[in-house]
Design a protein around this ligand. Structure first.
Ligand code: HEM
Length: 182
């Protein structure tokens, strides 16, 4: 592939990567706001708030996350090929863990909380199980956010295999040596 095309494609993929990141993180914070706002209202509002949070988690956060992971994988293959640096593997591993926690723990916990919110609205009284299930969902949600923050730190800091940064620096010095000698 020509250098210019590769460069443009990398830029587009980085943009797509950031769109996915913004979609996921932006919607997570919007959900916190919805939960706060509807949690202090009537039981109907509470139930509606849970429905909104469920919908946006399924369609916006998870889609944004998948966009981010797939564009990240394509970016890595384009820039580094199959011999990707350590930080890229670390990000991939963390992303798989995040996705597994969301699918197997957070989604089920959220669904239970939503069911209790519906029950509360239908029966005109707050089910004690609702508080229990929302605090469980909130705990898992905080863990996901923590893993997200770690992945972002890895993305910016870019840790290398032990010794590989020194090897790269040495290679760069060697390749510059004739230029500086002449
Ligand atoms: C929760 C998941 C992820 C988050 C929060 C995230 C975040 C970021 C951020 C903030 C950057 C910009 C950093 C910079 O350019 O200095 C970035 C770039 C990048 N990300 Fe991700 N990312 C995630 C998943 C992935 C995955 C799964 C891969 C692929 C294995 C990946 C591969 C890349 C690559 C190749 C770049 C360009 C950095 C470079 O080559 O200098 N990302 N990501």
């Amino acid at each position: 592939m020509g250098y210019a095309i590769k460069r443009q494609l990398t830029r587009v993929l980085l943009l797509v990567h950031f769109v996915g990141l913004t979609l996921s993180l932006g919607t997570i914070f919007t959900n916190v706001l919805i939960e706060r706002h509807t949690g202090s209202g009537s039981l109907e509002q509470l139930s509606f708030g849970r429905d909104l949070v469920n919908l946006s988690s399924q369609y916006l956060i998870q889609s944004g996350f998948l966009i981010m992971v797939f564009s990240g994988i394509l970016l890595t293959l384009l820039r580094y090929g199959i011999r990707a640096p350590f930080w890229a593997w670390l990000k991939l591993g963390l992303s798989v863990v995040i996705f597994a926690v969301v699918i197997f723990a957070l989604d089920p916990a959220r669904s239970v909380a939503t069911e209790w919110a519906h029950w509360s609205a239908q029966h005109g009284q707050l089910a004690p199980e609702f508080l229990e299930s929302t605090s469980r969902a909130a705990r898992i949600g905080r863990s996901v956010l923590f893993l997200f923050a770690i992945t972002t730190i890895v993305a910016i800091w870019k840790p290398m295999w032990p010794g590989s940064r020194a090897r790269r620096a040495a290679n760069a010095t060697v390749s510059q040596a004739p230029a500086s000698a002449s």
